[in-house]
Design a protein around this ligand. Sequence first.
Ligand code: PLP
Length: 359
Amino acid sequence: MRATQVVIDLAALRHNLARARAAAPGSRILAAIKANGYGHGMLRVARALEQADGFGVACLAEAIQLREAGVNQPIVLLEGFFGADELEAIARHRFIPAIHNAAQLEQLEQAHLSQPLPVWLKVDSGMHRLGFPLAQAQEAWQRLDACSNVAEVVGCMTHLANADNLDDCFTADQIAAFHLHTSGLPGQRSIANSAALLGWPDSHAEWVRPGIMLYGVSPLLGGRGEQHDLRPVMTLRSELIAVKHLKRGDAVGYGGAFVCPEDMTVGVVAAGYGDGYPRHVANGVPVLVKGQRVPLVGRVSMDMLTVDLRGQPAAHPGDPVVLWGEGLPVEEIAEHAGTIPYELLCRVMPRVDAVENGA
Ligand SMILES: *Cc1c(COP(=O)(O)O)cnc(C)c1O
């Protein structure tokens, strides 16, 4: 059997939730588990995080999957609904859509539903993606409050654009503008993603919405989960399937992108971009072989990649390999790949089996 797997550490997931609670002790936690739980398996994550106060997802299909699996916490549709035809199912399941624009508001007002539903009002405080403009927040609230299809306006939420950068004062501006334009409105407030939860305590309010930190990853620019006492949840592991003793001048892999500078040993790992390992990593990105770092060399192929084993001359086929996770922060691999850990975690391919640890 091919050894390439992701190990999902459920104890680490629960530990990270406890870290979120400790960092925002006065807030309730809406755990972001969209995109298949950031690639970790949405249902598995929801079950492990039974202590979360609610879950945030991107669409109705994700929410229904959770309910059908017996998840009973409040489920927020972070982007609201994508068509009026979704409203009846949303009401029946008591999902909570974030209403973010005038079109959604009108569709909600015009719908004929078997029961009213709770909603969040989403306000745009400067991210300029979703949300009512600040100047329309009060009016949107009044209309939601008056709408017979609305059971309750739970509160106002907004999203921060630059919270991962602690030196960027735009975050403080967004928080202040949000409070100013929603002042006097009843209900709860929600502002913070993981970065704000850890870095901007002023943002905590009644509900925090951590995602990436729950998976053990630092949400801050250049940070590492370990610095916040977070533990990696996903480890992408594989093994060596060949060890080659090559001569000086031998070229390795497609395009001969790596040429051996001396007689040396090269290892072949059974993982590639067809598993979700990024093809565009810079040369020298670290890979763990038997727990020790060795540099990746040559091009990443679909099912394989190659490593320089000069530092591990005794390595042989079958030796364990870690591509990221326990002992090798995914933040570091993302930096070498010119992307963010979110993307690497989300795009692990379906052919990679997941095994649970710490259940
Ligand atoms: C995904 C998401 C979050 C979580 O963000 P992280 O950076 O992963 O903590 C919070 N709020 C909204 C609206 C989201 O879509």
